[in-house]
Design a protein around this ligand. Structure first.
Ligand code: HEC
Length: 448
């Protein structure tokens, strides 16, 4: 495994309180992703019904009605995307920025590709009548827009995922290799299904609303059929999440999981299951939508809200260990810089002293382990006194742990595997066991 890169953080305070920012990122993201779902789901459903409309003109009218919503939802999706992006940059600057840099070219290509996608979607919408006799060309316009919209979330997902895997940063070579992180494709599937479910549900409410004026062009649609089609699509996509959801959970790096998080997740899934049952019954109803429809919307809305919250909890937990390392690294750098400045001011000449008087084991310890381990008190990891007692006379055991740490103490996070040169492992082990804590490492009998 590649070593864990530990950059220094920016020496700047957050622009607002962390709680406000965390609330903002959850809410702004939910608003954004709702319209992204509607845009993508609308594009896909529109294409699907236009294809089937080749044989059944009433489905072509449905497709046209959907095309009318897509250009609206896409504008909102883009505008609402600015919020989470800004907060993301405040809260996770280092992680998000690193992920963006690592997929640099694909990341920046988002801008021209989005413009191109929207161009196709507008052309598709406004040429419906003009290309009525050339359906192949018209469908190609819609398909080009849809394909671009399908490709773009992969870039976002790759980046959002890469943030959570600092141990992969040195191995990732651009967007395609970031795509291969275990969690990206399951998340993509989860997102696509959510897009279809959310959109079909919203369109059913919109196109079958009671207040639809008779003179509206939508009035020409066969409402019973529209209702059946859309509710069935929403139901199918929701049920398929029973496959996609567990895939996402199983491929997430486990260090971000916790019991409270799983509790919220179970609640969210239970609500979604209840929504699916109600949806099934509503699907077989007749006439206008019943109040049951609103119960489905409410239950799924709560599911989405909870999922957004869980997503945030997961990320906070997943980056916490690395964040502690970064903070410690930044702090020691700041102290060293301050010391150097003071020495300079006092006219003390620079000396290779520190390098010369410390052992290689101590230097490696300071550079790598000290971020998480202190001599006597608990930091991210347990104190050295405890470690020295555990591994007295057993440097091999200590080295084996450092290379592949287990999961031992329930009240500590997991220690990441540490990649060093072979000689460094031994030097660090000897430093901990012999040099500093020989006394603590002595067997209790001798100590008494
Ligand atoms: C990112 C923080 C972090 C870094 C860096 C780190 N550790 Fe740890 N270490 C931990 C945590 C957390 C635990 C407790 C894990 C547990 O009990 O599940 C731990 C536990 C240990 C243990 C106890 C093992 C046992 O059997 O109980 C040893 C030994 C250890 N670390 C050695 C090292 C050495 C040596 C280094 C430097 C090469 C190092 N650690 C760097 C976080 C870290």
């Amino acid at each position: 495994m590649d070593p864990l890169p530990i950059p220094r953080d920016f020496p700047l305070p957050l622009p607002a309180s962390p709680v406000d920012l965390q609330l903002a990122i959850v809410l702004l993201f939910l608003a954004h992703i709702l319209f992204v779902n509607l845009m993508l789901g609308g594009t896909l459903l529109c294409l699907y019904y236009e294809l089937r409309g080749l044989r059944r003109p009433e489905l072509d009218r449905l497709a046209h009605a959907i095309a009318g919503t897509v250009t609206v939802t896409k504008s909102l999706a883009v505008v609402l995307g600015v919020g989470p992006l800004l907060v993301m940059n405040a809260l996770y600057a280092l992680w998000f920025y690193t992920a963006n840099s690592l997929t640099g070219r694909a990341w920046i290509m988002i801008v021209p590709l989005v413009i191109l996608a929207f161009g196709f979607l507008y052309a598709h919408k406004y040429s419906w009548q003009a290309l009525a006799e050339r359906k192949g060309l018209h469908l190609a316009l819609g398909a080009a827009g849809a394909l671009l919209l399908l490709a773009l979330p992969l870039v976002f997902l790759a980046n959002i995922n890469l943030m959570l895997f600092p141990d992969r940063w040195l191995a990732v070579r651009g967007f395609l290799s970031a795509l291969l992180l275990p969690n990206v494709l399951p998340r993509y599937l989860h997102f696509l299904l959510a897009s279809v479910a959310v959109t079909a549900l919203a369109l059913a409410g919109w196109l079958c609303r009671r207040s639809l004026r008779p003179e509206s062009e939508l009035a020409g649609l066969d409402r019973a059929e529209v209702r059946r089609e859309l509710l069935a699509a929403a139901f199918g996509a929701t049920v398929l999440q029973a496959v996609a959801g567990p895939l996402v959970l199983m491929t997430l790096p486990p260090h971000g999981l916790s019991w409270p998080l799983l509790g919220y997740l179970i609640l969210a899934v239970a609500l979604a299951a209840a929504a699916a049952v109600l949806l099934w019954r509503e699907l077989h109803g007749r006439g206008p939508l019943s109040p049951r429809y609103w119960a489905v919307v409410l239950a799924l809305g709560c599911t989405v809200g909870l999922m957004g919250f869980v997503r945030h909890l997961y990320r906070e937990q997943a980056v916490s260990t690395h964040r502690a390392l970064v903070a410690a690294h930044s702090e020691s750098f700041r102290a060293a810089a301050l010391g150097a400045a003071m020495r300079l001011e006092a006219g003390v000449p620079r000396q290779g002293g520190a390098e010369a008087t410390t052992s290689p084991g101590e230097r490696s310890f300071r550079a790598v382990c000290m971020a998480c381990h202190a001599a006597e008190e608990r930091r991210v990891g347990p104190p050295l006194t405890e470690i020295a007692r555990l591994y007295a006379g057993n440097p091999e055991g200590l080295i084996a742990w450092v290379k592949a740490p287990g999961r031992k103490r329930p009240d500590y996070p997991q220690m990441p595997p540490i990649a060093m040169q072979e000689g460094q492992y031994r030097a660090v082990a000897e430093y901990i066991l012999d040099e500093v804590f020989a006394a603590a490492a002595a067997p209790p009998a001798a100590a008494g």
